[in-house]
Design a binder for this molecule. Structure first.
Ligand SMILES: [Zn+2]
Length: 245
């Protein structure tokens, strides 16, 4: 009897630990080497907003509307699968002046891929983005951040810059917009790249609820502009990086 109780307690503790780990720990900090994840040493107060996993026919237009209202250009890391499914949504992001990055085709963790599979995954995504928007992107963001040295080398040789983030909104957890804004405002530093999502749920590629993300954008922009910050794309941040040398 006691053994069963102890086993149940162990299983519960492991599950709770796993949930806490995914919610409160940002795995990107472990794989930042040789990636661009924030602009360091900038004298200007700059922030880049990034949105992953789209385009979504439901949430991307709502996010674009908010960005337009506050006159902010952002960077969208899209999956090839979603671009192929919703090319007109991808196109509208480009038409409104936003930047596109490659976020793999099927949003699977790439460290299990062979070199050929990895290359194909990235090329197919690029081709989907090009067909839908005419854009050739040089930015790549790996699904869930995971990449090791071998994959990073292959991707860099293909001409991409690997872009991660320095502040993770964890918006897929569906925290309230009030919590999100409080957390972000408290933690933002100059040069940060913020991670949001315009598609995807906790355990699926599509169908998540991004209402909190949509509501967060104008409030966050207003608050940070009040503190003297400007919002730029990842490409703009990179230009400053080159200047700083
Ligand atoms: Zn993603």
């Amino acid at each position: 009897m006691y053994i069963i109780l102890i086993l149940l307690a162990i299983i519960f503790a492991t599950a709770a630990g796993f949930v806490a780990f995914t919610i409160f720990f940002d795995q990107a900090v472990l794989v930042r080497r040789d990636t661009f994840y924030r602009l360091k040493n900038s004298k200007e107060k700059l922030i880049a907003l990034t949105f992953d996993d789209g385009p979504s026919p439901v949430w991307t237009p709502k996010i674009l509307e908010q960005l337009q209202k506050v006159d902010v250009k952002a960077t969208f890391f899209m999956t090839g699968e979603h671009v192929t499914r919703y090319p007109e949504v991808a196109r509208s992001a480009v038409e409104e002046g936003h930047e596109i990055g490659n976020h793999s085709y099927g949003h699977r963790v790439l460290v299990y891929f062979t070199d050929e599979e990895l290359t194909r995954e990235i090329k197919d995504t690029q081709e989907a983005i090009r067909q839908a928007t005419g854009v050739t992107t040089e930015y790549f963001r790996p699904p869930k951040a995971w990449l090791f040295r071998r994959e990073k080398e292959i991707i860099r040789k293909m001409g991409y810059k690997i872009i991660l983030w320095s502040l993770n909104s964890k918006d897929w957890v569906n925290f309230s917009d009030k919590y999100l804004i409080r957390y972000l405002v408290r933690n933002i530093r100059s040069g940060d790249i913020l991670l949001f999502h315009d598609s995807g749920g906790a355990f699926k590629a599509e169908g998540g609820d991004r209402q909190q993300t949509v509501r967060t954008i104008p409030l966050l922009v207003e608050k940070m502009r009040g503190k003297g910050f400007s919002f730029v794309t990842v490409g703009e941040l990179l230009k400053h990086e080159v200047k700083i040398g």
